[in-house]
Design a binder for this molecule. Structure first.
Ligand code: FPP
Length: 247
């Protein structure tokens, strides 16, 4: 099905980025292992991707595993890796049928062949979808992204004089997407944690105490409502101080 012909509401963010924090605490509160919280986190993600799509969001980018998450206990790291395979087999057909295009962004060199093949299968089998673009950042870090973009530009022989912001953007992991308009972090912490450092230069931030497995449509509507109330200035002056032309 092609969903792209519906006119979009300009007050809805086109691209939303999410740090899905709080899975561990959600599980601990229930005396369950942290990986159980991540499992619930996957279910929350599948619900969220449809809810964001229903509201007219075109791109959803989520932080599933950071370059720094390797420091976690080995059973949590392997639990998260295993969860990817489970998630692909459990949800890929549904996501594909729901018009979701899945992409994985991050350093694939360190993940197992099995995982890489599962990602590639997910990307291939949803490549024709247009309702919403879901990018799962896995083994991703904002600093890694900038370094890999510079390296690839150099390998392509881009001359230093030609390397401006637009040129470097073409080498960033999310080169196919506009910059995130709205950046949400659940779980109560107020930091970026090396997520989309380059791309979030002018994003609007919404921090919520809600733990990711509990993040639902009410929270999505509240975040979009908060976004609507922001005056995006991109370094300019407040809208109400702009002098109309001709005065
Ligand atoms: C942060 O919560 C969450 C993560 C490090 C992982 C998020 C991953 C998922 C929701 C699963 C996504 C997986 C796929 C396959 C798309 P935390 O563990 O830091 O929680 P805490 O702050 O309560 O300890």
């Amino acid at each position: 099905m092609n969903f792209s012909d519906t006119p979009r509401d300009p007050t809805v963010p086109r691209h939303v980025a999410v740090v899905m924090d709080g899975n561990g605490r959600w599980a601990r509160k229930r005396y369950m292992p942290r990986v159980y919280g991540h499992k619930q986190g996957v279910d929350a993600l599948v619900r969220a991707v449809n809810a964001f799509a229903d509201r007219g969001v075109d791109y959803l980018t989520v932080f599933a595993f950071s370059s720094e998450n390797w420091k976690r206990p080995s059973e949590e790291v392997s639990g998260l890796m295993g969860l990817v395979l489970v998630a692909v087999s459990k949800y890929l057909t549904k996501l594909a049928g729901d018009g979701v295009r899945v992409r994985i962004v991050g350093d694939r060199s360190k993940v197992s062949n099995k995982l890489r093949e599962a990602w590639e299968y997910a990307e291939r089998s949803t490549a024709h979808n247009t309702r919403i673009n879901l990018s799962v950042a896995f083994n991703y870090g904002g600093r890694w992204d900038m370094v890999q973009a510079c390296r690839h530009a150099m390998l392509d022989g881009v001359h230093p004089e030609a390397l401006d912001e637009a040129a470097l953007s073409r080498y960033m992991a999310l080169s196919f997407a506009p910059d995130p308009d709205l950046f949400i972090r659940t779980g109560g912490e107020m930091r970026i944690s090396n997520f989309l450092l380059w791309q979030s230069a002018y994003s609007e931030f919404v921090f919520t105490e809600r733990l990711w497995p509990d993040f639902d449509e009410t929270d999505i509507d509240a975040a979009i409502q908060a976004y609507r109330q922001r005056d995006r200035r991109y370094g300019g002056i407040p809208t109400e101080e702009l002098v109309p032309q001709g005065i």
